[in-house]
Design a protein around this ligand. Structure first.
Ligand code: ADP
Ligand code: MG
Length: 481
């Protein structure tokens, strides 16, 4: 049998670190990248006699996720203890949700060619993160940093609905975008605020039963997820071809070699001895609380895209505009401030977004121009105060260099205002015709495409101040005679 006779089945468990101010069960600050062991307390260090108390902000973020994924909310949910021994887990158990997680079910659509595919969720539960073991700082010892211990996590578990490495990539990207939109996490895989485990199995096409799966743990980039899934699927297909059995196991992905290998750590000790945490009462969520969070939810990316399309914005432009919530906010304010929506969208796509990407770390919140300035800039073009190309090529960079300037005043002081002094244009046209006799001959023999060349020359001579349409009209006449 060949590779194409097999189907790859993937289900993900995605951990999303919530951006709450404090940890899930105590008041320690929840922040990344600080000096080790700065954000710990008797509770996160698990001193005997201390008691956890649930952080309502974390619960609210779980509710927001449920609303975004269309999950059902367990209005009574509970915390359980999951026991295992590991140096970065001070209590020797992790507080998690086993039997009554905060959300159940739901789904999202991911792009798939010209259509979409629906990926369903099994459930999402809340839990605390463990600390971090650091093995590469000291040749003899491992170091422990407990800043992360007690950070709130949502573990989002999908049904085994993905069928290729590409779908895994697209699913993670879509989920990442969604959690950023609703503002519950920065979902930065490099920094570990989003990580996933990939469960992979293969079967012959047409089979309806699922085969044994392997779980590749702790993947921290979309690229690695794709590589891990592709490698793991090939490994299993090879075994099946040889008539061998696939053992259900936990694997580690080595990003240097692109291979998966067996781990023999805590993950294989499957007796976690779950039981309800007696220190934590059940969490009750009222209808009013859900309604309140619903009210604060932004329009989700796909719905926003649809709204843009209804406003006659091209689908591919709409897709670029919905990538991040900050872009949507900026675009919507600009559309409010400037009536010509196609000019506003064009400016977003061709200027604001590329500039942000190149010079402002792809973070529109640090882009130096305000919406009002952008609208004033577009108005200058609209009112014929400046030629479009001159505005884009000269005024825009000047504004970026002097972001507090008034666009109209800057246009004036730079001498960029449109001027259609017809005598001057006629003079410039005559000069250009005289300087380019060969092109003139070719044009007159029928190479009419050269008109652009002449317009460009005259435009340049006018320092970008003359209307290219007027130049073209006058040039056409001049070249005929
Ligand atoms: P467990 O309870 O052992 O963690 P689950 O049944 O909850 O296992 O599944 C965990 C993850 O593995 C889910 O994302 C699920 O979609 C996925 N999964 C389960 N069975 C398979 C399979 N045969 N192939 C691929 N993924 C699977
Ligand atoms: Mg699991």
């Amino acid at each position: 049998m060949s590779k194409s006779d097999y189907e790859i089945i993937i289900g993900l468990e995605v951990h999303v670190q919530l951006n709450t101010k404090t940890k899930i069960f105590c008041g320690d600050q929840n922040s990344f990248g600080e000096l080790a062991n700065r954000h710990t307390s008797s509770i996160s260090l698990a001193h005997p006699g201390t008691l956890p108390r649930v952080n309502r902000e974390a619960i609210n973020k779980g509710i927001a996720l449920a609303l975004a994924l269309g999950s059902e909310i367990n209005q009574e949910n509970r915390f359980d203890r999951k026991h295992y021994f590991y140096p970065d887990l001070p209590k020797a158990y992790q507080i998690t949700q086993d039997r009554l997680p905060i959300c159940v079910g739901g789904s999202i659509d991911i792009p798939s060619g010209d259509t979409t595919r629906t990926i369903r969720f099994h459930h999402t539960h809340m839990e605390e993160d463990a600390g971090k073991s650091i093995h590469d700082l000291d040749p003899k010892n491992s170091m422990i940093d407990l800043n992360r211990a007690g950070t709130p996590l949502l573990e989002i578990v999908t049904e085994p609905d993905m069928r290729s490495a590409q779908e895994v990539h697209d699913f993670i990207a879509t989920l990442q975008q969604l959690v950023r939109y609703i503002g519950i996490s920065d979902a930065n895989m490099e920094e570990g605020s989003m990580r996933c485990d990939c469960n992979v199995s293969v079967r012959l096409k047409g089979d309806t039963q699922l085969n044994n799966r392997c779980e590749v743990k702790n993947i921290n980039s979309k690229k690695f997820a794709m590589q891990a899934v592709a490698y793991e699927a090939q490994r299993q297909i090879k075994l099946m071809e040889q008539g061998e059995h696939i053992d259900q196991q936990t694997l580690h992905f080595d990003s240097e070699t692109g291979r998966t290998s067996s781990t023999r750590d805590k993950e294989d000790a499957h007796d976690y001895r779950y039981f309800p945490d007696p220190d934590l009462p059940p969490v009750y969520i009222t209808d009013e609380e859900i309604a309140q969070i619903k009210e604060q939810m932004p329009i989700l990316p796909q719905a926003q895209k649809q709204l843009y399309i209804e406003q006659d914005i091209k689908a591919e432009h709409a897709e670029l505009l919905i990538q991040e919530r900050a872009t949507v906010t900026f675009t919507n304010e600009l559309l409010q401030a400037h009536q010509d929506s196609s000019a506003a969208v064009n400016f977003m796509i061709n200027k604001v977004l590329p500039t942000t990407k190149e010079d402002y770390h792809d973070d529109l919140t640090t882009f130096p121009l305000t919406v009002a300035q952008c609208a004033a800039f577009l108005k200058l073009i609209d009112a014929g105060k400046i030629i479009h190309s001159t505005a884009y090529q000269q005024l825009y960079p000047a504004l970026l260099a002097d972001p507090t300037a008034d666009p109209a005043a800057l246009c004036e002081s730079m001498g960029l205002s449109q001027s259609n002094d017809t005598d001057l244009i006629d003079d410039l046209i005559q000069a250009v015709i005289q300087e380019n006799p060969d092109e003139v001959k070719k044009y007159q023999k029928g190479k009419k495409g050269l008109i652009g060349f002449f317009v460009g020359k005259v435009m340049k001579e006018s320092k970008g101040k003359a209307d290219p349409k007027l130049i073209q009209q006058k040039l056409t006449e001049a070249l005929q005679s």
